[in-house]
Design a protein around this ligand. Structure first.
Ligand SMILES: Cc1cc2nc3c(=O)[nH]c(=O)nc-3n(C[C@H](O)[C@H](O)[C@H](O)COP(=O)(O)O)c2cc1C
Length: 184
């Protein structure tokens, strides 16, 4: 079992990272983490190279991620909420999934053969936006051929209580891990 996890929070000891840690403890097999704030991955510049070619003209850290996306069984997008959205750097990394959209739209190809399970984990302070962030994550998960999407885990209350201390959220993380550990 291989799971790819995108992390949108800059805080390595923050709420998003804590929930990803709990998930990781329960996940079987290999886990690859992509921390959007640290990754050497630029935003899509809409050069349109992928309208005619497979892959991406920009040769940076995303090349390794494209290879992993082909291979993995599960994809998780975990982010804190910024201005009612997933964080800017994560959105920037995920913009590079445009190559998959263009493969279908312009080259009439199916860019990712293997279907995956997908999960969004969203944490916010409590001022709203979790649903919008989860909807964006869902779009990106579908772009990576995550056809089987788990119920998103949204915790909006970190201004009052850390996410990893919320029993309901911790239970949902454990249940999601059990689901992701099952073969497709
Ligand atoms: C620039 C910025 C924008 C934010 N916007 C929102 C928001 O729209 N809604 C909300 O509930 N929390 C918002 N927050 C609060 C964070 O989502 C919250 O503190 C979260 O727990 C941080 O997650 P982390 O500990 O994983 O980094 C914002 C925080 C920052 C820094």
């Amino acid at each position: 079992m291989k799971t790819l996890i995108f992390i949108g929070s800059p805080r390595k000891n923050g709420n998003t990272s804590a929930l990803v840690g709990l998930l990781q403890e329960k996940l079987e097999g290999e886990v690859k983490l992509v921390r959007a704030f640290d990754a050497n991955i630029r935003a899509c510049v809409d050069c349109r190279w992928c309208e005619k070619h497979a892959g991406c003209a920009m040769k940076d850290g995303m090349q390794e991620i494209y290879a992993y996306i082909q291979d993995c069984d599960n994809v998780v997008i975990a982010s804190s909420v910024n201005f009612c959205e997933i964080t800017g750097p994560l959105l920037s990394v995920l913009s590079r999934l445009q190559t998959y959209y263009n493969a279908r739209r312009f080259r009439h190809e199916k860019p990712i053969a293997k279907q995956k399970k997908g999960l969004a984990v969203i944490v916010g302070g409590g001022d709203g936006g979790g649903d919008k962030a989860a909807a964006t994550a869902r779009l990106a998960l579908r772009e990576m051929n995550a056809k089987s999407l788990l119920q998103p885990i949204i915790y909006e209350g970190t201004d009052k209580k850390p996410a990893a201390e919320d029993e309901d959220t911790v239970r949902k993380i454990a249940e999601a891990a059990a689901e992701l550990n099952k073969a497709q």
